[in-house]
Design a protein around this ligand. Structure first.
Ligand SMILES: [Zn+2]
Length: 242
């Protein structure tokens, strides 16, 4: 079993965060989580290692750390903490914002530095729309152009994709595959994935305060048991509503 952890922002949630407050993990929680991984000898993997391991079913005892949106705190807080702990993570960036150097986001120079420190970069689309709502031409731009632009700017292959808002359809999945990505992560919650899941990989959202036993729980069979059932119920409810 390999858990894919989903982070967004590190630090205290600003007063304006409102319903997004659970997306902010305090710095000290993140550092405690990295120590936990090291202590338990859980190896953090790159998308390439995850890809190979998923095919061969050799991901036991590993974790894939993912950060969505590519905000500046990822560079200022996560990167030094990861480097100090000798752990790795993947930053899913919004291509247009990163390449334009939009304020509050990691720019190309920072992303290159992250690559140099052993981190990976993935595409979180071009402009962060709800992909399932887009027409074919726009959809292709978001999926194909974000990959090409990031590859041009960074000089590395971009092999993983992250659906904005966890929003996708079968058409979106097909285009992600056609564009040459090897993996795509969703916001469906679970800590176990198998080969057929590679373009709708389930993740575990790390919320503030998850340290010690409550962090361990995210890697457990119990977490999987609970969420597999929840996902099935949600899927059945959706089917009967369609
Ligand atoms: Zn996002």
């Amino acid at each position: 079993m390999s858990t894919i952890l989903m982070y967004h922002y590190l630090g205290e949630a600003p007063a304006t965060a409102d319903r997004h407050a659970p997306l902010y993990v305090p710095d000290q929680d993140f550092e405690a989580q990295l120590r936990h991984l090291t202590r338990r000898m859980i190896r953090t993997v790159s998308p390439e290692e995850y890809d190979a391991g998923l095919s061969r079913n050799t991901l036991d005892g590993t974790a894939w750390l993912t950060f969505d949106d590519g905000k500046l705190d990822n560079y200022e807080v996560a990167l030094p903490a990861l480097a100090a702990a000798q752990q790795r993570a993947t930053f899913f960036v919004i291509a247009e914002r990163a390449i334009a150097g939009e304020s509050g986001y990691m720019n190309v120079k920072m992303l290159k530095e992250a690559l140099g420190a052993g981190m990976s970069i993935g595409s979180h689309s071009l402009t962060h729309p709800r992909l399932a709502r887009l027409g074919d031409a726009e959809l292709r731009r978001e999926i194909f152009d974000s990959k090409a632009m990031l590859e041009d700017a960074l000089g590395v292959a971009i092999t993983s994709f992250c659906y904005p808002y966890g929003n996708f359809s079968q058409q979106v999945v097909d285009l992600v595959q056609e564009a040459g990505y090897r993996l795509a992560v969703s916001t469906i919650r679970d800590n176990a994935n198998r080969e057929p899941d590679r373009f709708r990989l389930k993740r575990v959202m790390v919320q503030p305060g998850r340290t010690g036993l409550s962090f361990s729980y995210l890697f457990s069979g119990l977490y999987h048991w609970v969420h597999e059932r929840k996902n099935r119920r949600r899927w059945m409810a959706k089917r009967s509503a369609d």
